[in-house]
Design a protein. Structure first.
Length: 558
């Protein structure tokens, strides 16, 4: 996969997709599979914002039982299954325990009823899923089993636990990248670090966009019969900046998650009640839940939500917000005894929110993804905006957007969407354990077994291409960091085959080197050395790239 900005300017496209998160990547892939000529541009790097900064959960809809929103339960379950199916090396089932107390809404009887209803509503949830990806039915745990697996729980009043399973994305940036690669393999032309500056509008219709290559500074014009603005929470601000809309219409939520340096929950996630209520619950258990989830030998804690009224392009998290969330976690589960030094990384993204009165404490969250044909609002023809309400729904909102584009283009001959069952790039294998067994059988002695397992988990059936690079240069076989399994060959592969253009691109999104906190200085220096050789950087450029990684990890526990 090569970055070809010249092709963007020289060809005419049926569809230009703006935005390289989960929704934009899926839109480009869907449209290309249906036979449209597609261009995809991303202002920074693929999966560089909201999709990367989520809680990494594929929500199956159990929480919507409280809202009596059965349609949303079914929809969420379907999309969880789709992502588990099309990217089995990058997703997995995730067991989560909800502690039970008393005999009322927090007791075991309520959960038994909820699990029975969920089982009836989602009886087909494992259809066409590999065995390892199947979601088991919920069950009730005894008090002893709950405390044995989750010793941090407060035992007073605990009667046991309710165990259900959702899905987990092991590496959101690599999932999105695998979808972008699948789009390119289907014929799309994609480029990161290309920022839209204006829409091309002729006779009241959008006919493409003006784009600036942020690496060269070169302006480009991309001609397309239709444009999908899939920039997520930035979508409406982009329309304001370009004069399409006078103001933003959709409230936004700032959702924050923390990477805690300790594994506090073992192999199971833990849901604990927080201080805030859910105003939309028809069948309320009282307070909302926070989640503590196992992730990369650490714990991912989230989410902390608040109304965000500023410019989405200027999103930041203040130290006081992190400290307040730590206090909320400690209040919800006192046995954790969290301190600022426990925080390795801070993730924050924006999502569509519900309508909330000014100063409201108990917030109503967004419920439905948005697909808007701007001609229906008096705007230009041929422009569609798509905003996913969460990562799980990114594929579905893309399908709706492409369906709308097909109507706008008068292309009733297009085939139906195939992204619910087509494998992403790297997922063309029958059985993940068999793929891993084959990979370990050809593992070079210089590559540790743990690194080989990580290579398969990250690249799936594409791992031989990375091994080929490692065989050329033995020094690329060693892990780059004692606490991380990525090897040097992955950095070279990221530059040559995955459009990585910066040190941040490889540290934060092509590998897991920076996912749980800033890499050690020696690790960063080694990475910069490899990229400098590949991209021809001089010493000032290396310093600039290194400083950019430090800025991306701005959290300071002291």
């Amino acid at each position: 996969m090569q970055r070809d900005t010249q092709a963007l300017a020289e060809r005419n496209y049926d569809l230009l997709v703006v935005g390289g998160g989960i929704a934009g990547a899926c839109t480009a892939w869907d449209a290309a599979l249906r036979g449209l000529r597609v261009a995809l541009v991303e202002a920074r790097d693929f999966c560089g914002a909201t999709s990367a900064h989520s809680l990494k959960v594929l929500h199956g809809g159990i929480r919507y039982l409280q809202h009596a929103d059965l349609a949303r339960v079914r929809e969420s379950c379907r999309e969880r299954a789709n992502l588990l199916r099309i990217a089995p090396h990058l997703t997995r089932p995730l067991p989560i325990v909800v502690p039970t107390q008393g005999r009322g809404m927090g007791g075991k009887l309520v959960f038994r009823a909820a699990f029975a209803l969920l089982e009836a509503l989602t009886a087909d949830r494992n259809r066409r899923l590999p065995r390892a990806q199947r979601i088991p039915a919920g069950r009730i745990l005894s008090r002893a089993e709950t405390l044995d697996t989750l010793p941090a729980l407060e035992p007073a009043g605990l009667t046991g636990g309710a165990l259900f399973s959702d899905g987990q994305v092991l590496d959101p940036p690599r999932l999105v990248l695998a979808i972008v690669r699948a789009a390119v393999e289907a014929g799309a032309v994609a480029a990161n670090h290309c920022e839209l500056t204006d829409f091309l509008i002729e006779a009241g219709a959008v006919r493409g966009a003006r784009v600036r290559d942020r690496l060269s500074g070169r302006p480009l014009e991309i001609r397309a019969a239709a444009v999908v603005n899939a920039t997520g929470p930035y979508a409406e601000q982009l329309l304001v900046r370009t004069g399409i809309e006078a103001r933003r219409r959709t409230p936004l939520s700032r959702d924050m998650a923390l990477v805690l340096r300790r594994n506090l929950v073992g192999a199971r996630g833990l849901a604990v009640q927080t201080r805030y209520e859910d105003p939309d619950a028809v069948f309320s258990r009282g307070k909302r839940h926070l989640f503590l989830l196992p992730w990369r030998r650490h714990t991912l804690a989230g989410v902390s939500s608040r109304v965000f009224e500023g410019d989405p392009y200027e999103l930041c998290v203040e130290r006081e917000e992190v400290l307040d969330f730590l206090a909320e976690l400690d209040e919800a589960c006192p046995g954790l005894a969290l301190e600022p030094a426990d925080v390795g990384a801070v993730y924050a993204g924006l999502l569509p929110f519900g309508e909330n009165a000014e100063g409201e404490t108990h917030l109503s969250f967004g419920k439905r993804s948005l697909v808007v044909d701007h001609a229906e609002r008096g705007g230009p023809r041929g422009l569609v905006s798509a905003m996913s309400v969460r990562l799980t729904m990114g594929r579905a909102v893309a399908e709706s957007a492409v369906d709308r584009v097909a109507l706008l283009l008068g292309r009733r001959d297009l085939p139906a969407c195939a992204t619910g069952h087509a494998p992403v790039s790297g997922a063309r294998f029958g059985d993940l354990p068999a793929l891993l067994h084959a990979a370990l059988a050809v593992r070079p002695p210089a590559i540790p077994e743990r690194s080989m397992r990580q290579l398969v988990a990250s690249h799936g059936s594409e791992y031989p291409q990375v091994l080929a690079l490692a065989s050329e240069r033995p020094e690329l076989c060693a892990p780059l960091d004692p606490g991380c399994d990525a090897i040097g060959a992955q950095l070279v592969y990221a530059v040559r085959c995955e459009m990585a253009q910066s040190l941040c691109d490889v540290v934060l999104r092509r590998t897991d080197l920076g996912s749980c906190g800033p890499p050690a200085p020696a690790t960063l220096a080694r990475c910069a050395e490899i990229l400098a050789r590949e991209l021809g950087w001089d010493a000032p450029r290396v310093r600039k790239e290194t400083e950019a990684v430090a800025t991306a990890h701005a959290w300071n526990p002291t």
